[in-house]
Design a protein around this ligand. Structure first.
Ligand code: HEM
Length: 143
């Protein structure tokens, strides 16, 4: 338990750096039309992001003393960072779903996202990268 708490922030930062690098590689692959690699990387990163957020939430259940303390002056920053993070995660999941799924449910949304994949994708790559930079900055802010 103690081990998990102690090393979570470090592991989260390492994941942030790896995920951000892979995201930029995935973008480059898409740009070069190496579609198979782009697909693989996006699937890996999206599943990885969900596992990361689950392990983050798990941390809150593991402490006897409640949630890890966040300094008062950083609360607004964490609220902004968390909101942008959740927005990226849900949007990216929808984009993956529209590419990988058959479009049996919510057909018009599925079609819309697929038709505008490149523009939504470009915006999300930027937002997601900024989220990772924020996550990496948290390591220094909380240390
Ligand atoms: C596993 C799911 C995905 C598949 C199969 C996929 C597939 C593709 C394909 C085939 C292209 C080439 C252009 C086109 O045909 O529309 C492309 C472009 C692109 N995708 Fe994806 N994609 C996936 C997920 C994502 C996600 C989640 C993002 C954003 C976070 C993203 C960002 C982009 C961008 C930015 C481009 C355009 C690259 C450029 O020319 O600048 N893709 N994708």
């Amino acid at each position: 338990m103690q081990f998990y708490m102690q090393y979570f922030l470090f592991a989260a930062t390492v994941w942030g750096v790896i995920a951000m690098t892979l995201l930029l590689i995935a973008w480059w692959c898409a740009h070069q039309r190496y579609c198979n690699w782009h697909r693989r990387l996006m699937l890996f990163l999206t599943i990885g992001a969900w596992l990361f957020i689950l392990s983050y939430m798990f941390r809150y259940y593991m402490t006897d003393s409640g949630a890890p303390a966040i300094p008062k002056q950083l609360i607004l920053w964490f609220a902004i960072h968390g909101t942008i993070g959740i927005f990226s995660l849900i949007s990216v999941t929808l984009l993956v779903w529209s590419r990988v799924g058959q479009g049996k449910w919510f057909g018009s949304l599925h079609q819309h996202l697929n038709r505008h994949h490149v523009i939504y994708g470009r915006v999300l790559v930027v937002v997601w990268t900024l989220t990772h930079i924020g996550g990496i900055a948290n390591y220094y802010l909380l240390n």
